[in-house]
Design a protein around this ligand. Structure first.
Ligand code: ADP
Length: 889
């Protein structure tokens, strides 16, 4: 702290350019110019006692005056009345000063401050070797310059001190004006200190200054710490009068206080504005940190941005794009963990994924190629293929024609699905299959509203998302298997789908915006026509595929199935041969079906077994020479391990030529009967089955119709001691139960004529119960067409005559014994043919249905037409109706 010091009459002068050092201020400077280095060296560094130097402000000026050399200007705002004269240093001396000073007009202030060095350090710059000093200086007291001269390269000045004597000081302190001023200053200073302390949270150390340091010195110390202009600094330096000094200092402190307050206000305002967004930012940062900690760092923001980009490129129609944007805005406002966020995102993903505009490029339809394609994929089915070609031809002529929806109806495995996919290939479109089997809920077609938890779009929209084009061929598979219950009627939803007027704006409940289905080509399949609701059937054009004859199956097997199966298993005909006779056996004994699906399965089983057989025989069978060059390590292992090979590890991708090359055996493996039995097990069906089953009286052979096509159905009747009741078993529906009642009634009424009873009035059921059973008891059965079969079984039972094993029958019977026509004749005849039945009894009125039956089948069968029940019985028994035999007797 500056205390009163004795000033020498002459001081070395360090000029401060545009800067003032006030008493009480401490400053650190670096002296580099030769003159200042010299000054420091001589006045401070080389002195033993602590030296003093004078700091004199100089003013830069742009003016160039004629006068060369330093000029000492009069103090600014000088209040003391002292007149400091301009001191011209003789031009003769000036040549020794810095070159800079020689060129410039330097305005020296006539008042300065004596300063002492608190710290001095000397440095030598490398490589120039220039000496520099760093000094920490403390301002002590004011002086005025009497005369300025030079000593070597630096200035010195003759000075006189400006500080008051002690006596004068005491006198001033008594001055009431001074006292008021000093109070004002202290008050302002105290306030400033407390504001600063509050801001910087410093302890109350500065306040101690106020108590201990004389007020006039305090004024300098305070002002020295402010950033004020050079003019203001000079004016403070010139305030030698204590009252003037105090009032100036008070003014500056006040100004400083005000500027602090204004700055504070501004910061508060800005902080207020920022705080909301800052808070959000902070929270987000925290959330990110938490996520990272949990290892859940998928960046949702990026995801949402990606989703938005995806939506932009999805080609949404404008109204739907607006809807999607609304939804997206909502999503952006949500937090990922918020309920509804996920469902909203999944929904938007669907909107982005759906093919609103995307189509597969439709190439020019080549009917010839389409026909060839159909022919190469499917054997037979001439009419069906013809109809498909017609359909394609119409599409070619009028691409946007709203043609009918094709519906392939037939038993499983007859090629419905593969025909539909051939249509897609012919049109060059993508193919998607929607399975409707077992769909009972309307929401399966139309989707659930998004208000439901776990809601989903319907199968159609889901299928379109999967196929990713808006013009695929869409197969509505098993359209007859949709049912309706309390959850709505899927068929009515399908009506909308198939109606060209309505499907332009198909409304899926989940999607909640219309989707245009008009570009989709619909094809449907069904096993049966009856369950399809008439309005739906009305929108479709039915093409029936009745099922194949054994001959057709044989052709399909040899031309299509066997090559495909061999290829799928990496084999070839060089390696495995399935002779036609064996295929026939498979058809007859292992697959009694209308289609060829099981046939294909059985052939695949043979191929698999053959592959294993080769691997097993590998050591015993002479392999070709090139076996040792096996390329595949997998195959090498197999050879090394000998027979320990599982067929599943046969690499499916290995092409058949490779396998057959690697495992070439001396002669191809030919499937024989023994192999059939070994691989497929004992025959499942037997031509002698009917004969064995009808070996006892009371059994007759019927023909029924199921979803799998026609089938042979045996009816068994037996009698036992009882009270004349009739028992029926075999999962029978009401209609078939009634048929049984009718049959029994008719037999009882005609008992005499049929010679079942010796005389009129005898009760056939006297003392006995009748039990009628329909084997395959687990399969539900219903329908009226078993009427004639039931009567035949009962007549056989009562007459104890066996029915013919080669004869099957179908027909509804009235109470009076008339035989009424039934449905599914073609399928039933095909089934009989498959089972080796030779004769079929049909209602007379079903004659017209025979045109649908393939001629090859009819050629094999004897069709017997019946008008009345007696006609049936006549044909059903060996040697004619039992009563005739009786009458003959
Ligand atoms: P569906 O849809 O009628 O149940 P699929 O179309 O699935 O039957 O056919 C079953 C298998 O039988 C398929 O591999 C198919 O290629 C084959 N298939 C059916 N009919 C024929 C045919 N006429 N010619 C060649 N392969 C056929």
């Amino acid at each position: 702290m500056a205390e009163s010091v004795e000033l020498p009459s002459r001081l070395g002068i360090l000029p401060f350019r545009n800067k003032v050092l006030l008493p009480g201020a401490i400053i650190r400077i670096r002296c580099t110019s030769p003159s200042s280095v010299k000054l420091v060296e001589q006045e401070l560094w080389q002195r033993e006692e602590k030296g003093l130097i004078g700091i004199l402000p100089v003013r830069d000026t742009a003016e160039t005056t004629t006068a060369i050399g330093p000029v000492v200007s009069q103090g600014i705002g000088s209040d003391s009345g002292e007149r400091s004269s301009r001191v011209h240093v003789g031009a003769s001396d000036s040549h020794r000063l810095d070159a800079k000073n020689q060129q410039e007009n330097i305005h020296w202030h006539n008042r300065g401050v004596a300063a002492r060095a608190l710290h001095l350090s000397r440095g030598v710059e490398k490589p120039s070797g220039r000496v520099t000093y760093i000094i920490v200086l403390e301002g002590l007291c004011r002086f005025s310059v009497q005369e300025l001269s030079t000593r070597g390269t630096y200035y010195t000045a003759r000075i006189s001190p400006l500080e008051m004597t002690k006596a004068k000081m005491e006198q001033v302190e008594q001055d009431p004006d001074f006292m008021t001023l000093s109070r004002q200053f202290k008050a302002a200073a105290t306030e400033l200190i407390s504001v600063l302390e509050q801001k910087q949270k410093t302890g109350g150390k500065t306040k101690v200054l106020l108590e201990t340091v004389p007020v006039h010195k305090l004024a300098d110390i305070f002002v020295a710490s402010f950033e004020i202009s050079f003019e203001e600094q000079l004016s403070m330096l010139d305030s030698v009068d204590l009252k003037v000094r105090l009032s100036k200092a008070t003014e500056l402190v006040d100004r400083h206080l005000q500027s602090i307050r204004v700055a504070e206000k501004i910061t508060q305002k800005v902080e207020g504005q920022l705080s909301k967004s800052q808070k959000e930012f902070l929270l987000r940062q925290q959330m990110r940190a938490i996520k990272e900690e949990l290892g859940d760092n998928d960046d949702d923001e990026d995801d949402v941005a990606a989703l938005e980009r995806k939506m932009q490129s999805a080609g949404l129609p404008s109204n739907i794009w607006k809807h999607a944007q609304r939804e997206l805005r909502m999503l952006k406002k949500m937090q990922p963990l918020q309920p509804g966020y996920n469902s909203s995102r999944v929904y938007l993903e669907l909107l982005a994924d759906l093919p609103w505009q995307k189509t597969s490029e439709e190439h020019e339809l080549d009917l010839k190629a389409a026909k060839q394609h159909l022919d190469s994929d499917h054997y037979g089915l001439v009419k069906v293929k013809q109809r498909i070609i017609e359909y394609l031809a119409v599409r070619k002529l009028k691409p946007d024609a709203r043609g009918p929806v094709l519906c392939f109806v037939g038993p499983p495995g007859v090629g419905k699905t593969s025909l539909a996919s051939s249509i897609a290939t012919a049109l060059g479109r993508k193919f998607v299959r929607i399975s409707l089997g077992g769909v009972k809920d309307e929401a399966d077609i139309r989707g659930h509203r998004r208000t439901y938890i776990g809601s989903m779009p319907g199968r159609l929209i889901e299928g379109l998302k999967r196929v990713a084009v808006c013009n695929p061929v869409m197969l509505l598979d098993e359209i007859d298997k949709t049912g309706s219950d309390v959850r709505g009627d899927p068929a009515s939803a399908l009506l909308e789908v198939l109606d060209p007027e309505q499907n332009k704006t198909f409304n899926d409940h989940y999607l909640n915006v219309p989707f245009d289905l008009s570009k989709v080509v619909f094809v449907a399949t069904a096993n049966r026509l009856q369950p399809i609701p008439p309005p739906l059937l009305d929108r479709m054009e039915v093409i029936e595929l009745p099922g194949y004859t054994p001959e057709e199956k044989l052709k399909i097997a040899t031309r299509h199935l066997i090559p495909r199966v061999l290829d799928q298993h990496g084999l070839s005909s060089e390696f495995l041969q399935i002779p036609e006779a064996m295929v026939k056996l498979v058809i007859q004994r292992y697959t009694r079906e209308a289609g060829v699906r099981n046939l294909e399965r059985n052939l695949a089983a043979l191929a698999r077994a053959a592959a294993v057989r080769v691997a097993e025989q590998e050591q015993a069978v002479p392999l070709s020479k090139d076996v040792h060059q096996l390329a595949s390590p997998l195959l090498e292992n197999r050879l090394a391990e000998g027979g320990e090979v599982e067929m599943e590890i046969i690499p499916m991708a290995v092409n058949n030529h490779e396998i057959s090359n690697e495992f070439r055996i001396a002669s191809p493996l030919v499937v024989d009967e023994a192999m059939l039995e070994k691989v497929l097990g004992p025959p499942r069906f037997d031509d002698r089955e009917a004969a064995e089953r009808v070996a006892t009286p009371g059994v007759s052979v019927g023909l029924v119709w199921t979803a799998f096509g026609g089938e042979v159905q045996f009816v068994e009747a037996t009698a036992m001691v009882g009270k004349g009741d009739m028992h029926l078993t075999g999962q029978l529906g009401d209609v078939i139960k009634e048929s049984a009642q009718i049959a029994l009634t008719w037999v009882r009424t005609r008992a005499m004529d049929l010679k079942l009873a010796a005389s009129e009035g005898i009760n056939l059921l006297e003392g006995r119960d009748i039990h009628i059973h329909f084997p395959a008891g687990a399969v539900p059965k219903d329908g009226p067409s078993a009427g004639v079969t039931l009567v035949t079984a009962l007549v056989s039972l009562f007459s104890q005559k066996r029915v013919r094993a080669d004869t099957a029958m179908t027909g509804e019977m009235t109470l009076r014994g008339l035989v009424l026509p039934v449905g599914g004749v073609k399928d039933k005849i095909l089934a009989a043919h498959r089972c080796g039945i030779k004769r079929v009894i049909l209602p007379q009125r079903n004659l017209k249905d025979l045109v649908e039956v393939p001629a090859a089948v009819l050629a094999d069968l004897e069709i017997l037409l019946a008008k009345r029940m007696e006609d049936v019985l006549e044909q059903a028994f060996e040697g004619g109706c039992p009563w005739r035999q009786h009458s003959k007797l």
